[in-house]
Design a protein around this ligand. Sequence first.
Ligand code: AMP
Ligand code: ZN
Length: 479
Amino acid sequence: MNEIHLHNTLSNQTEPFVPQRPGEVTMYTCGPTVYDYAHIGNYRTFVFQDILRRFLKLRGFRLTHVMNLTDVDDRIIANAAAKGVSIRDYTEKFAQAFFDDCKTLSIESPEHWVRATDNIDSMVQLIQRLQEKTYTYPSEGSIYYRIAKFPDYGKLSKIDVTGIQAGARVDVDRYEKESARDFALWKAPKPGEHFWDTPIGRGRPGWHIECSAMAMKYLGETIDIHTGGVDLTFPHHENEIAQSEAATGKHFVRYWLHAEHLLVEGEKMSKSLGNFFTLRDLFAKGYKPSALRFALASVPYRRQLNFTFDGLQQAASAVERLRNFADRLAQGKFAPGQYPGMSERIAKAASDFDAGLSDDLNTAQALAAAYDLVREANVAIDKGEFRQDDVAAAQQFLATFDRVFAFLEDNDAAKLNELGYAKDANALSDSEIEKLVADRQAARKRRDFASSDRIRQELAERGIILEDNRDGSVRWKRK
Ligand code: AMP
Ligand code: ZN
């Protein structure tokens, strides 16, 4: 096995991964802000975290992973107040949708789910510790963090804080690097807004103190890994460091990992730009959960991922190829014995797979390791050369692969049914149908009848009927 290397935003280097306690890893992930449905950009980051957690477990670490639900932030407070409902009533629908989406994308549940609203006491206590150490000051019922008092401010995001005016403040949770200021730890309520009555006054926590308090409460004052999307580096994670390290005097996080964004036609997918898709949007168009998971997982997390429907279609074919190969292994009748070189070939795939993931989670390399093997083994099967005694090793490799990627189980239809997505033939566009028909033709040509049957079956389930002509061409029509 290879030494695991991870890129640490703090050092801006790829470092050997050595947890504090041998064999154990503590990890904190900033979860969704449940003010709306999460979009597939968000899930790019959550799938990356899932691959990371699954890989660490595969490598035998005992993992304690905490993910929070941000159910207090400016937008939630404002929206709940505007609707005149409680925070729980406002956020519950989105929280539930998030859990459903995670299940659908085979994102494992972390060891602990924590909600900001369940941990207000810990946030208040952390602010009190900061008050005792004079890192804070009050203003108009709110409490601010004095960044000038924390000399390391800027060490994660590398912003230059010289020249920042002492005492300049920012009240909103989210702001740009250019407006680095003293930020709000505790916010006085505006009329109609929800608040908590606490020893530090009436109000509600700022977004940043939430994660510092919950991370340390559940994982201790120094944690191994903290993850999020790149947009969280500043101000969120910079402020988490300032709060936690000022309070404890200890190093807060040993490895900071940040996923690059998912883009749509070169632009960040975001709710504010309006160029976003939710999982529901894609499933309604007839795309499968496994195809989306593949598309999101296939680009290494530190590279931007350009989302296209073509890419999603290719991802669907890639998943099919893998499932077909697994079926061929399970159902094929092979001659006894071993095919010379095959067990070495499978061992090489396993070692390339591990090397890829060990190299800062290079998923593209890990996938290539599997797909190269699938291609070569399929050729051997086609030629009748693959042998019975190689089946178990190939299956063993696929099982290991799938502990991280989770593509093999053919459960898309079940997941969609569970979520109430009926299959709708009209959801497939003509060009999508043409593409599947062409894929089927290609499969028949290479005599891969498992694949061609599967595609015919899939089209039939979606109300598309194929008619094979004598000359080998195919016509399709909607039922
Ligand atoms: P939020 O709900 O806004 O707090 O975001 C949840 C997670 O999604 C955070 O880790 C963000 O950094 C991440 N995120 C937001 N937009 C994108 C995007 N376009 N691509 C990838 N990750 C994103
Ligand atoms: Zn956070």
